[in-house]
Design a binder for this molecule. Structure first.
Ligand code: 26V
Length: 823
């Protein structure tokens, strides 16, 4: 019998539970307890409500026997959870009161939580926003990922350079996770394939793996907002099996036994940064397979518990969503299972597999498209290699049947790249094996259809859908910007966090001077708060009345932080020449991590810090220009920067940013966008209106043409534009770095000698013009405020709830399962 006691959580019950964990989990007396003791005990007390709701959710799912979607991602950037969980469980106030009665401050505890940074950037944060929306929409979903001991590195800045420090987020234990050794699965690797004989006399391949290890799940509970549904993010940790070492132990080779254990556990040691360096890629493929093997086994175990061996109903009950190609081996793993273990005929296995897999593409950058060397695959997964070859053979036969005599097309569509460098193309495997393939913004999907997936889209147009990304308004407005959230609620009611389209009603207040004043005052207060953080992190004083110009995102050449930097140098140069020039006072705020092996990106960080050092110390520009680079960009820092931003820099070379999601977060918090027609900016423009954004630069089509023409010459722009020349000269001379031209030479060379791949020079002048318009509007406080309000009003469409509804209908065919919980 399930317990269904409707217990009320009160300040007293929270206090009792908190003190219970303090004593019996932490083993300390209240009088001697530390902040860590408090934080851990509080999280455990809050977790009780999550667990109760989870059990109610499971009961509802058991009754409904719904289809279940399994979201597979190598990355989840969930950040802190306490504030979010307090809001979702409606425990914020009782907890505040309970802690108050003990003389403790909730704010202090909230700020003591470490980020769970199990991701690199957009793709990982999107997965986290999606979990929030899936729970909020009562969708039966599991998230699957890896429990890395070390998440994304912590960034320090030393002498202007990035330094990477390991992220020891688990050092104090992680109170949100629930260790589930009972659900451990076995994972096999290596070895070779034997040809046995089946009952019917046919040859039957038998995989004889060289080693096996265990996947042990740790569950993180994700509550929906305004609903009782709680879903599970299941993170797997690799462990060596006991008997593994046992044999070696008995032979007396203790050290080797321990070494082998270490090797197995190393699989989930560290999150890979998005480097395209070859070294160390060995473990990455192992990680990808480990995730896939654990998740597929877990899904099959769950399916088998409910029905016995009738695999035909699998697609009615199961779907997989592959977050980029990283888990694309799911296609091969399912085929291997159905054919080798379940004994299904190939055609049936393929029908089922292609009925359950779906793939989301998140980038078209050629260097980010995953391919794996055939011999590496062969060493790790000899049976999967056979399976993929057979998938490919039959798949290409089908293509030949539909469009005979097109050898080139066959070459392009093959999963196996055979040009002397034998590799598996994971995007082709994902596209061949999926029922639906989607891009993450309209422009991105169009480009996907026309380029990377062209042949596939021609033959299977119905496979391709576009689902524009979104962000969760709970974390990215309600929680991070409570004052703005409240002001909005006072105007349009409190239903917007679950129904973001309601923001449209704010348009009526765009010219309302009371609301304008309120929005400006809230922004100012947020800027004052951020100024405090900036002072703490960098020692630099910034003026909250200045325009806060913000570019926060991963550092990549295509995102063009360098273009932003050149604009700053140009402004600085102008003030050097004419110290009395009219200038809207600005604070340029950057935060960005560079992949550790990304040479050019690291130099851009060095450049920005060099500009900051020069500009911030120069009395000539004091009061007009400040530049700060905030170290260690992560979810928690984003939550402080975004509510304080005036101008949002979304200036990627058109066609290269698949969607962007920071663009949405900033606009939702009342920043105006300066941006190119790239990614989701295009759709934001439609929703917000051209008068309320600063759009500039080449379109994706113009970029493609210019690049293809072979006629792009950065020197033409250099010669024609004195401001540009002046800015580039500063780079060239090494003026900002003590006159050493060597330090930043490679940046100069990338633009002037290596063809300026991202067309920084081509967009420089239009960018400056757009910046001028932004600065001018900022001086008209009312007009600026009206544009801010219209920006917020247009952001309804960019809720991740809308994205997830589209996945549920266009991709998963997944109805909601309401949970009638009592708590
Ligand atoms: C690639 C690799 C390759 C080697 C190992 C680690 C690693 C990690 C990540 C990646 C590619 C990440 C692709 C990505 O993050 N794309 C971003 O996805 C966002 C969500 O859809 C989107 O808003 C951004 O525009 C897009 O750049």
């Amino acid at each position: 019998m399930a317990v269904s006691s409707s217990f009320l959580v009160t300040p007293d019950s929270v206090r009792a539970s908190f003190l219970h964990y303090l004593r019996f989990q932490r083993g300390v007396e209240f009088e001697r307890s530390s902040r860590l003791d408090h934080l851990t005990s509080l999280c455990l007390a809050v977790r009780e409500t999550l667990v109760n709701r989870r059990l109610d959710t499971q009961r509802a799912w058991r009754r409904a026997q719904p289809k279940i979607v399994n979201y597979l991602s190598m990355e989840y950037m969930i950040g802190r959870l306490l504030r979010n969980n307090l809001i979702a469980t409606e425990l914020f106030e009782p907890v505040q009161e309970a802690l108050g009665s003990l003389g403790l401050s909730l704010d202090e505890l909230l700020d003591a939580e470490d980020d769970a940074g199990l991701g690199n950037g957009g793709l990982g944060r999107l997965a986290a926003c999606f979990l929030d929306s899936m729970a909020t929409l009562d969708l039966p979903v599991y998230g699957y990922g890896l429990r890395y001991d070390y998440g994304i590195f912590r960034q320090k800045i030393r002498d202007g350079w990035q330094e990477e420090v390991p992220d020891t987020w688990l050092k104090n234990g992680y109170p949100w996770e629930i260790h589930r050794p009972d659900l451990t699965v076995q994972v096999f690797m290596g070895g070779h394939v034997d040809w046995g004989v089946a009952a019917n006399g046919e040859h039957q391949p038998r995989w004889l793996p060289a080693r096996h290890l265990f996947g042990v799940p740790y569950d993180v509970l994700i509550p929906g907002f305004g609903t009782k549904t709680v879903i599970v993010l299941r993170l797997w940790r690799a462990e060596a099996p006991e008997e593994f070492d046992f044999e070696i132990f008995s032979r007396g080779d203790y050290l080797r036994a321990v070494e082998q254990r270490e090797r197995a556990a190393a699989i989930t040691r560290v999150l890979y940064p998005p480097d395209d360096t070859e070294a160390g890629r060995e473990l990455r493929l192992t990680q990808e397979y480990f995730l896939v093997a654990c998740a597929v086994r877990d899904v099959i175990n769950r399916f088998e518990r409910h029905r016995d061996g009738d695999w035909s109903s699998f697609p009615a009950k199961v779907a997989f969503q592959l977050n980029d190609t990283h888990p694309a081996l799911t296609v091969a793993e399912l085929m291997r299972f159905f054919v080798d273990e379940a004994g299904l005929p190939w055609a049936k296995a393929w029908e089922i597999t292609t009925g359950v897999c779906n793939y989301t593409n998140h980038t078209l950058l050629p260097e980010a498209l995953e391919t794996w060397p055939a011999e590496q695959m062969q060493r790790l997964l000899p049976r999967h290699v056979q399976v993929i070859h057979e998938i490919n053979r039959r798949f290409l036969d089908e293509v030949r049947l539909r469009v005979p005599g097109e050898a080139d097309r066959i070459g392009r569509m093959s999963i196996f790249q055979d040009n002397g460098d034998y590799r598996f193309r994971m995007a082709n495997l994902a596209m061949a094996g999926s029922r639906r393939v989607n891009g993450v913004a309209r422009l991105h999907t169009d480009l996907l259809r026309r380029h990377l997936a062209r042949d596939f889209a021609e033959l299977w147009p119905e496979k391709f859908v576009s689902i524009t990304n979104g962000i969760t308004p709970r974390r990215w407005l309600l929680a991070c910007n409570p004052a703005l959230a409240e002001a909005i609620t006072r105007r349009i009611g409190d239903s917007w966090p679950r129904d973001l389209d309601r923001l449209e009603q704010l348009r009526a207040f765009a010219e309302d001077s009371d609301f304008q004043d309120e929005v400006l005052a809230i922004k100012h207060a947020n800027k004052v708060a951020l100024a405090g953080t900036i002072r703490e992190l960098t020692g630099v004083d910034v003026d909250p009345a200045s325009l806060f110009d913000v570019q926060v995102k991963r550092l990549h050449e295509y995102k063009r932080q360098l273009l932003n930097a050149l604009h700053i140098i140009a402004l600085y140069n102008r003030l050097q020449i004419d110290p009395n020039a009219e200038l809207t006072p600005r604070t340029f705020i950057f935060a960005a991590k560079a992949a550790p092996a990304y040479h050019m990106a690291k130099r851009v960080i060095r450049l920005i810090n060099a500009i900051a050092d020069t500009v911030n110390r120069d009395p000539v520009v004091a009061g007009r220009l400040k530049v700060v680079f905030l170290p260690d960009y992560r979810v928690t820092l984003a939550e402080k920067i975004i509510p304080a931003a005036d101008l949002s820099e979304q200036i990627s070379t058109a066609g290269l940013e698949a969607s962007g999601t920071g663009n949405m977060k900033l606009a939702l918090n009342g920043a105006l966008t300066i941006g190119t027609l790239d990614g989701a900016n295009v759709e934001m423009l439609e929703a917000i209106g051209a008068e309320n954004m600063f759009i500039f630069g080449l379109t994706a089509e113009e970029v493609a043409e210019l690049r293809a023409s072979g006629r792009y010459n950065p020197w033409e722009y250099y010669e024609a534009d004195p401001d540009l020349r002046g800015a580039l000269e500063v780079l060239h001379r090494g003026a900002l770095v003590g006159g050493d031209p060597g330090v930043l030479h490679d940046l100069w060379a990338s633009l002037m000698h290596h063809g300026d791949r991202y067309l920084v020079l081509a967009d420089f002048r239009p960018y400056l013009e757009a910046q001028r318009r932004a600065a001018a509007l900022y001086r008209h406080r009312r007009a600026w405020a009206a544009a801010v309000i219209r920006n917020i009003a247009g952001m309804g469409r960019f809720s991740s709830d809308r994205s997830i509804r589209e996945y549920a209908s266009l991709v998963w065919d997944l109805p909601a399962v309401p949970v009638n919980g009592t708590r």
